[in-house]
Structures are given as C-alpha cells and as structure tokens.
Design a protein around this ligand. Structure first.
Ligand SMILES: C[S@@+](CC[C@H](N)C(=O)[O-])C[C@H]1O[C@@H](n2cnc3c(N)ncnc32)[C@H](O)[C@@H]1O
Length: 268
C-alpha cells in the first residue's frame, strides 16, 4: 500500500531485532546530541569502571559497532555479535573503513540466545549495552550472559531505565501515561520506545540470582533529557558534559539516568 510503513515484528522469543532500522537508529541516536553525549560518557566512565588488560571482548547486540570500534582502538580483539543483518553490515562497513582497527574485529550474526554455540568463551570481558530492554525475557538474557563469562570476568551492562522513563513522561506532560505506569513500547512500529525498560531493583535481584556481583553503577544522561532548553552551543554542551560526568556515579543522581551502566563480576 502506498505510504504504508513497514510493520516490524518481534521474534518468537519476543525480541526486537533492528532489521530495517539502521538508518533511523543512526539518525535518531548517534547523529543527535544525546548519542554524542552517551559515547563521550562511556569513553570517560568505562576506563574507571572496568579493568583492562588487553583481554578479548565480546560485544553482544553490538548494533552499529561504535563500542566494538572503541575497544579495537584500545588494542582489544573484539567479537561483535548482532542478530540483525542490516545493523551488522553497517557496523562492518564502518569498521572496515578504519585501517588501524579493522583486523581486530570479527563479526557474528547471532542473537544472545545462540552465543553458547557461536561464541562460547568463556570471556573475561563482555559488553551488552542497550540490548536487554529490547528482549522479551531480559532476566533469562542476563543468565545467558553470565554463563558466557569466565570466573572473575566482567560484564559491562547498560540498560534503559524504567524509572527515568516515568520521570521524563511526567516532565513532558504525559501524566496519564505515567500514572497508569504503562511505559513499555510495543516494539512493532518505527518508534524506539523499548519493550522491556528495566529498574535498578530488577538488575540487583537478577544479578544475585545468576552469580553476578555488582561492582559499579553509573547513570548515563542524568540531566540532558530534563533540560527545558537543549544545550545549543558548544560551550553549553561542554558544561553539560562536565555536569553529567561529575554526577554520573553520585547517589541520588545516577538513579534517574536515562540508562544505567553496570560493571558486574562473575563470582568465581
Ligand atoms: C538499541 S540497539 C543497541 C546497539 C548497541 N549495543 C549500542 O549501544 O549502540 C539494540 C540492539 O540489540 C539487538 N538485539 C535485539 N535482540 C537481540 C538478541 N536477542 N540478542 C542480541 N542482540 C539483540 C538489536 O538488533 C539492536 O542492534
């Protein structure tokens, strides 16, 4: 039908692969100030929150490959696992254009649920950023990630924060939505509202259940989404970054970060 939008479907497991979404995802996140802020904060926080010794990295649901490229630039061998062929092709195109790192990254088209077959590890370092909120069963996914870690291994986990989503809905005037607490996206349209936003309480509880110890937590974008006026000039953006960085790991500010970033350690 003319003008009809493609209806994106969930997998039988209830997951939302980003097939057909690569352009939109790149535009709406990484070409926008919030994407730049996320990357800048990760660049500042990951070296504080993780211990690096050139260990190989498994990046799960690696999307367009920014995180994989970041690790490769720091000398790590990276396995980028991603179920969406579109996203994986974009990531590969982007990384293969970078002579200095292209040999360090390998690509695996697979969902998290198939990692035991295609990238069993055990891994000393796994990253899984902004993926669990797109899954039908994020709790089972955390177990599967834990199973792939070596004893003492580190999981860098970032999840979309359900409590922050409620708060931002109120700020935007969507009061009925906030009051009814119906915050989950359907995952079927073009909209990028996650189907399984998560709370810190859930991550704390589930981590304990699957043998992961919480070593560090931070909030990503704790202020930006609540600004009355967006930071318009470079000077304003620099000041905002300084604020985000200064309070990302300070209680109570981290608790309302748009994303929660964790370092979880596999109990030996
Ligand atoms: C919001 S994007 C995040 C991409 C990247 N990690 C980042 O931070 O930019 C979510 C990604 O999770 C992927 N995904 C969806 N279901 C998945 C699954 N079952 N296993 C692994 N990745 C999945 C999607 O295809 C998409 O690329």
């Amino acid at each position: 039908m003319k003008g009809a939008k493609k209806a994106f479907e969930l997998t039988p497991e209830g997951d939302r692969y980003f097939d057909g979404m690569a352009d939109k995802f790149a535009r709406s996140l990484y070409d926008a100030p919030r994407g730049a802020l996320r990357l800048a904060l990760l660049d500042a926080l990951l070296p504080e929150m993780l211990t690096f010794d050139q260990q190989p990295v498994l990046d799960v649901g690696g999307g367009l490959g920014q995180q994989a490229a970041w690790f490769a630039r720091r000398g790590h061998a990276v396995t980028l696992a991603e179920p969406s062929g579109d996203m994986l092709a974009c990531a590969q195109r982007e990384i293969e254009g970078q002579e200095a790192i292209k040999a360090r990254v390998r690509y695996v088209q697979a969902p998290l649920q198939r990692l035991s077959q295609v990238a069993p590890g055990p891994w000393a370092l796994i990253t899984c950023h902004a993926v669990l909120e797109w899954l039908g069963d994020p709790r089972a996914a955390l177990y599967q990630l834990s199973q792939r870690l070596a004893p003492g291994g580190q999981l860098s986990l970032m999840v979309f924060n359900r409590d922050a989503l409620r708060f931002s809905n109120v700020v935007k005037g969507n009061m009925h939505k906030a009051l009814s607490d119906e915050l989950e996206g359907l995952g079927k349209g073009q909209r990028l509202t996650p189907i399984s936003p998560l709370t810190h309480a859930q991550i704390e509880q589930w981590s304990g259940e699957v043998g992961l110890t919480l070593a560090h937590v931070a909030g990503i974008r704790i202020f930006q989404d609540y600004l009355r006026e967006p930071a318009a000039t470079q000077a304003q953006r620099s000041t905002l970054f300084a604020l985000e960085k200064a309070y990302a790991r300070v209680d109570p500010h981290w608790r309302l970060g748009r994303y929660l970033l964790y370092t979880l350690i596999k109990t030996a």
